[in-house]
Design a protein around this ligand. Structure first.
Ligand code: ZN
Length: 276
């Protein structure tokens, strides 16, 4: 009964365990490698998408939205950069109150611009917010910086430190458009090194209360804006709600950040409903 004996040979049993163990290790390694390579390919695809967000891309996307949504959407030019690149903005919605959103103040933070463009698409597909509010959105405020993947504009000025002086053509274009629409909130979308989003709020009681509310609802940390001439400082001066939103550069798990903007506006809407 040789086969029977072989079956119960302790040596053979040991070999079976070793083989099983090796197979298990191989399978786990294959699984881990697949997960890691999938994550990296996702991250690369977001970075690739984000790095292609330059002024011509913005224009093409807005043009495309305008062709598809003739009545509910319009886009135009609100000014020109130092290098005479047009600064595009768009309007969506029929609401009495205006929500003003800007992105791409820093040319090396494409995620903010990309999130703004995709947020516009979300607004066009879902009218739950656009019936109540009119959105004015500048997806790329610093087209020269974006062209060269540089934080500052072509005069080497950090545009998010120019909201006291308003010395640059880009900040002038933003402020002119802002003053035309008299928004109730300014949201300035940036991108930061990190894995969590961050809310930076204007130094007025309105923004403090709003940021506290959103932070509690969303678990996004909130900090006070430094007094250095940022967009939030301008909102503070105008006594409206003001928020700088930092989208985490390493957060492929948040996608490109559009959902974070959407949630913040929904929380803002809830906050106003609760307040009045
Ligand atoms: Zn920034």
């Amino acid at each position: 009964m040789y086969p029977f004996k072989l079956h119960f040979n302790p040596k053979n049993l040991h070999l079976n365990h070793t083989i099983k163990f090796l197979i298990l290790i191989t399978l786990i390694s294959i699984l881990l490698l697949s997960i890691v390579s999938y994550h990296f390919s996702l991250k690369e695809s977001f970075q690739e998408k984000a790095s292609s967000v330059k002024n011509d891309y913005v224009k093409n996307v807005l043009e495309n939205y305008a062709i598809k949504n003739l009545k509910s959407f319009s886009y135009n030019i609100c000014g020109y950069s130092v290098e005479q690149k047009p600064i595009y903005y768009c309007k969506i919605g029929n609401g009495k109150e205006n929500i003003f959103i800007i992105g791409g103040l820093h040319g090396d933070e494409p995620k903010g611009t990309y999130a703004c463009l995709e947020f516009i698409e979300t607004l066009l597909k879902n009218n739950s917010l656009t019936e109540k509010y009119t959105f004015t959105i500048i997806p790329l405020c610093n087209p020269d910086g974006a062209q060269n993947y540089k934080r500052r504009n072509s005069n080497n000025i950090d545009l998010n430190r120019d909201f006291y002086k308003i010395s640059q053509p880009e900040t002038k274009a933003i402020i002119n458009l802002f003053q035309k629409h008299k928004p109730i909130i300014l949201i300035d979308v940036h991108e930061s090194l990190g894995s969590m989003p961050l809310i930076i709020y204007a130094n007025n009681s309105k923004s403090l209360n709003l940021a506290t509310y959103i932070s509690l609802q969303s678990n996004i940390p909130a900090i006070l804006a430094a007094n250095v001439g940022q967009s939030a400082n301008y909102a503070e001066k105008e006594n409206i709600y003001g928020i700088i939103l930092e989208l985490p550069c390493l957060s492929w798990k948040y996608g490109n950040g559009t959902i974070i903007i959407w949630n913040i506006i929904c929380y803002f809407n809830m906050y106003l409903l609760q307040k009045f």
